[in-house]
Design a protein around this ligand. Sequence first.
Ligand code: ADP
Length: 424
Amino acid sequence: MTDTQTPPTPSTLERPRAKIQLHGVGKVYPGSDVPAVADLDLEIPEGEILVLVGPSGCGKSTTLRLINRMIEPTSGRIIFDGEDVTTVDADRLRRRIGYVIQQIGLFPHQTIAQNISTVPRLLGWDKTRTAARVDELLELTGLDPNQYRDRYPKELSGGQAQRVGVARALGGDPEVLLMDEPFGAIDPITRDRLQNEFLRLQSELKKTIVFVTHDIDEAIKMGDRIAILGEQSVIRQFDTPERILAYPVDDFVSDFIGSGSTLKGLNFERVRDLELAADWPIVSVDTDRASARQLYDSSPEKWMLVLDREQRPIRWVQDRHLDDTSIPLDQAGARVEALVAPNATLHDALEEMLLSNAGQAVVVDEKGRCQGILDIERLADVLKRLRSQAKKHYEQLAVAEAAEAAEVLAGAGGTGSNGAGAGH
Ligand code: ADP
């Protein structure tokens, strides 16, 4: 499965328009002969999370900072909403673009409220509007305003501070959010929670987001699309997480996603052993439109599954299909194409997911009745587990080898001293 193959054409997956385009963008740092970023063409899709992932030092952060011109490009052009912003006032550009970094850099002597209101104040909002926005953002990021607005950064845990960092970046309601390893410095359990919360938030906000990470599992989980970067930010593959996993274009990509030991593991895991995703909205074809709409709105997911009277999956629908009452639910939206049996392997499931408009597979029993939904986040969890098992295995091997080597050495030393002793 890691061989270079031609991926199937995605069914009717629409590619959103580009919010930002980089044309031949390059950066050579002063005093350096080699570019940190060389001649990059990149389209950043509107309303999605684009993850830039690649080995340390390949130019991810530099690329991110070129987008809002925190670093000025040495060549190329940046187009924002069709407008060339390569030379416009950089401050003006940055107000349309929020920025979140790993060590969030909250101002230590300002309260949380003051930190979050940085951009609204710059934008000249009055006190009432600013205060309302601060409370709204605290709630949105899961912090009780009454409890947190007057605290100082040092009174927060790492996870809470990171939430404030996100709230601050969203302060002036920017159109675009740049996130540089935002959850990198957080313990794994909190990180997982923050990632989930952020995905939920994004399902409401639908911002255009560029997210940098060196962690492929995080990329798979967070990205609607992923750009895998090599040295100097050269794009090695740009696609959806599912398609990158199933069809890495070359050895660089397959090495990077760890396909050798972990992707193969998907052949040995079965759908029935997984806990399926619980967040997906599922309705019966007989559900009235208002109830279906209510369920859809309360879910973070972008698609809703419609079942027939025998519980068999028939359609995937979205917002616009729910609005158009002239078409009954059993004919609206897109046909359900990706179906998997509980005893299918996860590799089969991944291949099926590629067929689906919605990017996920519906698990069905032998009568075709819906048992649940398998999505890329679930698969990312499995990959993460497989990767950490593989790592442990190699660590144990390394320890065993080291012990063996030590024994051999000790043996050699022993013989030597015996030999020396025998000589006396
Ligand atoms: P990544 O985010 O992928 O780890 P960076 O964008 O930080 O990569 O760095 C890309 C390359 O540019 C590296 O070789 C790094 O040493 C170099 N670099 C980064 N920042 C600077 C700087 N301010 N001055 C000079 N070289 C830099």
